[in-house]
Design a binder for this molecule. Structure first.
Ligand code: FES
Length: 229
């Protein structure tokens, strides 16, 4: 079994994500609910275990999710515009009676789990109702990028889902479209300049090559209708 403390993702300049330490790789499918919004995640299609692998970052590899070198021919510009400051310096707060929410707009992958039931922010504001509190927490926990985080009002601590260190490839099978690389469980991500981004439980990395906030997903994959398959 892979040892989480050896896991790492290195961003290569204008190239792929180099993943080391035997990080498990799976596909994470969005399950769309009756209201047309995502309701939960379903894990499928685990890839064979590999100690090291390179994931496509330009969106153009013919061997997706793996890099096949196309970035060089395509002249991929992978410049990292993403903020290296801690998450909490980037957020807007919404305060409710029992739960608060923080949201970092620039990290939002537009996965839309927070849109159900009148949206997570409305539920947080009504969180003296236990059902509304539970919905706000659950919607925030489904956010793959961790742009949305719920905070327990009593303890002042974030309410994070338990995620095994692994990588998920986000797919929306109903729409036939693909989303970001979902990095789970606090795997360090090293910039191409050698610095390490804040280590977080949830991070969404761009794999369509079009984000304006690389290496993070900014939802542009939806605008361009990115299909990895
Ligand atoms: S995968 Fe989301 S912007 Fe590229």
């Amino acid at each position: 079994m892979a040892d989480a403390k050896n896991m790492r993702i290195r961003i290569l300049k204008d190239g792929p994500y180099l993943v080391t330490g035997g990080v498990p790789l799976v596909e994470d499918d969005m399950v769309i609910g009756p209201d047309g919004e995502p309701s939960c995640w379903e894990e499928s299609a685990p890839y064979p275990e590999r100690e090291t692998y390179a994931l496509c970052r330009c969106g153009a590899s013919k061997a997706k999710p793996f890099c096949d070198g196309t970035h060089a021919e395509a002249g991929f510009d992978g410049t990292e515009a993403g903020c290296k400051d801690p998450y909490l310096t980037q957020v807007e707060w919404t305060s409710g009676p029992k739960v608060d929410l923080t949201w970092a707009r620039k990290l939002c992958a537009i996965a839309r789990f927070c849109h159900r039931a009148g949206d997570a922010w409305t539920q947080a504001e009504k969180s003296d109702d236990p059902a509304a509190r539970a919905t706000a927490i659950e919607e925030a926990a489904c956010c793959p990028s961790g742009s949305l985080v719920a905070w327990d009002k009593e303890t002042g601590r974030p309410i994070e889902p338990e995620l095994e260190p692994s990588i998920g490839l986000v797919e929306n099978p109903q729409a036939g479209t693909s989303g970001p690389i979902w990095v789970k469980g606090g795997i360090p991500i090293e910039s191409s300049d050698g610095t390490v981004y804040e280590v977080r439980n949830r991070v969404a990395l761009c794999r369509c090559g079009r984000s304006g906030n690389k290496p993070f997903c900014d939802g542009t994959h939806l605008t361009v209708g990115f299909k990895a398959k």
